[in-house]
Design a protein. Structure first.
Length: 169
């Protein structure tokens, strides 16, 4: 794990010239947010408008031998942050993203490797966000996350994410 200095921002990843490379983003993510490298993400890809992660339960066990709720909450929050950061990149926005609020509902224990999916809560959420970014230079969107272990839905989460105005040079 890399050591970071509190209060010092990590340099942002350059905007992509063409198709964004998820492997390069994930490598940057592990340096920018050291916890991300410890969360057991084994695969990251897009499926339609949803960001999908495959995760190893062994990295996130609790004392009962199932997925630790705190790790699952961190993963759902981070997945939303990644979704929005990655959505902004090909649109040439290098704005900062923050989570304003999040909630999780735990439905069943995670007993094996699992899948996390994240995407917009509303069908027109990205269109509304685009309008706000264009007219106000900032915006917000609600994203939902699900965690499935095999055929079992283990967690449902939601978060409101904010795109901050671009920093002045």
């Amino acid at each position: 794990m890399s050591l970071r200095t509190p209060g010092t921002a990590y340099p942002p990843l350059a905007l992509p010239e063409g198709e964004d490379d998820l492997a390069a983003f994930q490598a940057w993510l592990h340096k920018a947010i050291p916890l991300a490298g410890e969360l057991g993400i084994t695969d990251m890809h897009w499926q339609d408008e949803r960001l999908v992660w495959a995760l190893a339960v062994a990295s996130n066990l609790n004392d009962k031998g199932t997925g630790f709720g705190g790790a699952l909450a961190a993963q759902t929050t981070l997945a939303g942050w990644c979704w929005l950061t990655l959505w902004l990149r090909p649109r040439r926005f290098a704005h900062s993203v923050v989570v304003a609020e999040s909630s999780q509902r735990f439905l069943a224990p995670v007993t094996g490797d699992y899948r996390l999916e994240c995407g917009p809560a509303e069908p027109h959420g990205t269109a509304s966000l685009s309008d706000y970014l264009r007219t106000r230079g900032k915006g917000r969107i609600i994203l939902t996350q699900t965690v499935d272990c095999g055929a079992t839905r283990c967690l449902e989460a939601s978060g409101r994410y904010v795109v901050l105005p671009a920093a002045n040079p």
